[in-house]
Design a protein. Structure first.
Length: 301
């Protein structure tokens, strides 16, 4: 079949001929690129309408609704970067920044700071922070399966600014020589909740990984498995965000630090926005999606 490629304004770009019906949308993008009429496939967004839903790379031409003589709209997404690379840069930064404040206090607070002993909670907090971001890096390398291979490179600077900036903000206050530690009971109870939440977050990520076959964008309704920490799926659509919120709430209580609380509030706000969107998509995509679930906070949001 022959397919007409037009730009977002509807202006003719090129015709791609002899496209087999079993070709995928990604194959079509490659043909456009090989013809010298479009950027590399990762920068292309194809739609059947100028402002319609983006076509899925793994769908066949027929499944995407493209027929002989169809007009397909092409948009250049601009320079892209791989999601895995983005995550690695985002998460390595906070790990380095926080530990730099913890291990090099004299550089930040003056030469006398290194002579003052840390409160035990300061060392525990550094360990929790490092463990969280080391876990994120390892998940990026060995667990996560991304539904989209790339994102606009401009987002990298925004995301790094958020993660790296908050890391410095929190680390400066928790590692400060004048920092006042809370009581041990508060620290140890919060530490327990932090560890439990991190394990819960990992459990959800492993379940989601197993739900999607490698090298695919298959979507299924997630349900709890034999791991009791996945039971949050009975109540929310995005328990990974729920556990992430619980982790930082526990970290905030453990350190009794206002910047950590602001980081938690900023994080839960953004995660709630993401969770509400994913929850809506689940309900639209799956007719039998469990009605009792909320998006991120059980029984509330």
């Amino acid at each position: 079949m022959e397919i007409e490629i037009v730009n977002s304004g509807g202006k003719h770009v090129t015709n791609i001929s002899t496209v087999p019906e079993n070709a995928t949308v990604l194959d079509l993008k490659k043909r456009v690129h090989d013809a010298g009429k479009g950027p590399y496939p990762g920068r292309q967004l194809l739609r059947l309408e100028a402002k319609g839903k983006p076509l899925n790379d793994t769908d066949t031409i027929t499944a995407a609704g493209i027929t002989a003589g169809s007009k397909v709209y092409l948009k250049d997404l601009g320079p892209q970067i791989g999601w895995a690379t983005v995550f690695l840069v985002e998460y390595a930064g906070p790990l380095f920044v926080y530990l730099w404040f913890y291990t090099r206090p004299a550089i930040v607070y003056g030469s006398g700071a290194a002579e003052k002993p840390y409160a035990q909670v300061v060392t525990i907090a550094a360990g929790c922070w490092a463990a969280h971001y080391a876990k994120r890096i390892l998940e990026t390398l060995f667990v996560h399966r991304f539904s989209h291979s790339t994102m606009p490179i401009r987002n990298l600077f925004k995301n790094c600014g958020y993660y790296w900036g908050f890391a410095a903000f929190v680390a400066y206050h928790v590692n400060h020589p004048l920092y006042t530690a809370p009581g041990n009971l508060q620290v140890y109870i919060s530490l327990g909740f932090f560890i439990l939440s991190e394990l819960g977050n990992l459990s959800i990520h492993l379940l989601l990984r197993d739900l999607r076959p490698a090298n695919s964008t298959v979507r299924k309704i997630p349900y709890p498995n034999s791991n009791p920490l996945t039971s949050l799926f009975k109540y929310v659509s995005c328990p990974n965000y729920t556990y992430e919120f619980y982790s930082w709430l526990a970290f905030t209580v453990m350190t009794q630090c206002l910047p950590a609380g602001l980081f938690t509030l900023a994080g839960v706000y953004q995660m709630t926005v993401w969770a509400l969107g994913k929850h809506r998509n689940y309900k639209k995509e799956f007719e039998k999606y469990p009605r009792g679930r909320k998006s991120i906070i059980p029984f509330i949001i």
